[in-house]
Design a protein around this ligand. Structure first.
Ligand code: FE
Ligand code: FE
Ligand code: ZN
Length: 299
């Protein structure tokens, strides 16, 4: 399954998200329940969910994932009010994810904001334990992070520590972001099989519920987290294409979060989504060296 993140907003709401995914030729997608940077959210009754579900049914989209907003930080031990807010908001996100019809909510595990790895991980465990109940149907997919700032979840050992502390850890999954793995130091380009083998020391392959397919602007281990268009970064087209062809991930949503491009060459205001062209390129298996020109020409 191949798709990208899509917007949600305006009059069309979630129906618009599905339409956007179809425009890109995607058969899956990822959506934020509102702006990723804030927590203003519409009531699910206003999100046009039944129409969106009908359109998905008609067009054969059987799975999509939801991404929690960045401002949730379960790792915060410094400000109790911000931790409490994060827990409460995460609980609401799980309810919204369920109402929209997805079984997977992608979450950045959290950042320790200076208090150190141990304190941060303990707090993340506490937060997830306050969120997941025995009857929760949605799974939380913890995203592997690049390691910028004090981000946690930058290696599989840390993720395993989180799993170990979570009571209902049968409801946890992993989200592998190729840019983040690269920036965290994993050799995605040269030895992705080795990266998966490292993961399998802690987790079976079936724990991967989502893949974020991004190239990276930075060298391996840079701890930076800057996504690049497919084939234009340090990971390169061949590896990213190969991941989309892995039989192990044939039923896993593979989601592009690559940057928008400008209408003018090298321009700063990036208004054009690259996903239709990137998805086409990945389906064909041939690197388009003129991706930007193709995107502009298709508008
Ligand atoms: Fe993410
Ligand atoms: Fe990601
Ligand atoms: Zn990222």
């Amino acid at each position: 399954m191949l798709g990208s993140h899509v917007g949600l907003g305006g009059k069309e709401q979630f129906l618009g998200s599905v339409k956007e995914a179809l425009l890109y030729g995607a058969d899956t997608f990822m959506v934020y329940t509102g702006a990723p940077q804030n927590t203003r959210r519409k009531d699910v009754s206003e999100m046009r969910i039944p129409e969106a579900q009908e359109l998905m049914k008609q067009s054969g989209i059987t799975e999509f994932v939801v991404h929690a907003p960045y401002i949730i930080n379960l790792g915060n031990t410094v400000k109790p009010e911000s931790f409490a807010f994060s827990v409460e908001f995460l609980q609401e996100e799980l309810r919204r994810t369920q109402a929209m019809g997805s079984r997977t909510l992608v979450l950045h595990p959290g950042a320790h904001v200076g208090e150190g790895e141990d304190a941060g991980i303990m707090q993340i465990i506490r937060g997830i334990n306050e969120t997941l109940a025995a009857d929760t149907e949605v799974r939380i997919a913890l995203e592997m992070m690049a390691g910028k700032g004090s981000e946690l979840g930058t290696n599989f050992a840390q993720m395993a520590r989180i799993y170990d502390g979570v009571v209902h850890n049968n409801k946890l999954r992993l989200c592998l972001d190729t840019c983040h793995l690269n920036d965290a130091g994993y050799d995605v380009k040269g030895d992705f099989e080795g990266v998966l083998a490292e993961m399998e020391r802690y987790f079976p392959l079936n724990q991967v519920a989502c893949i974020h397919l991004n190239d990276s602007k930075n060298e391996r281990g840079a701890a930076k987290d800057r996504h690049e268009n497919i084939g234009y970064g340090t990971i390169g087209f061949d590896r990213l294409y190969a991941i989309t062809k892995m039989p192990e991930f044939a039923n896993t949503p593979i989601i592009l979060e690559t940057p928008y491009v400008s209408e003018v060459e090298g321009g700063k205001d990036r208004t054009l989504a690259p996903y239709r062209e990137e998805i086409a390129m990945l389906r064909k298996g041939v690197f388009n060296r003129e991706l930007w020109k193709t995107i502009v020409a298709n508008r």
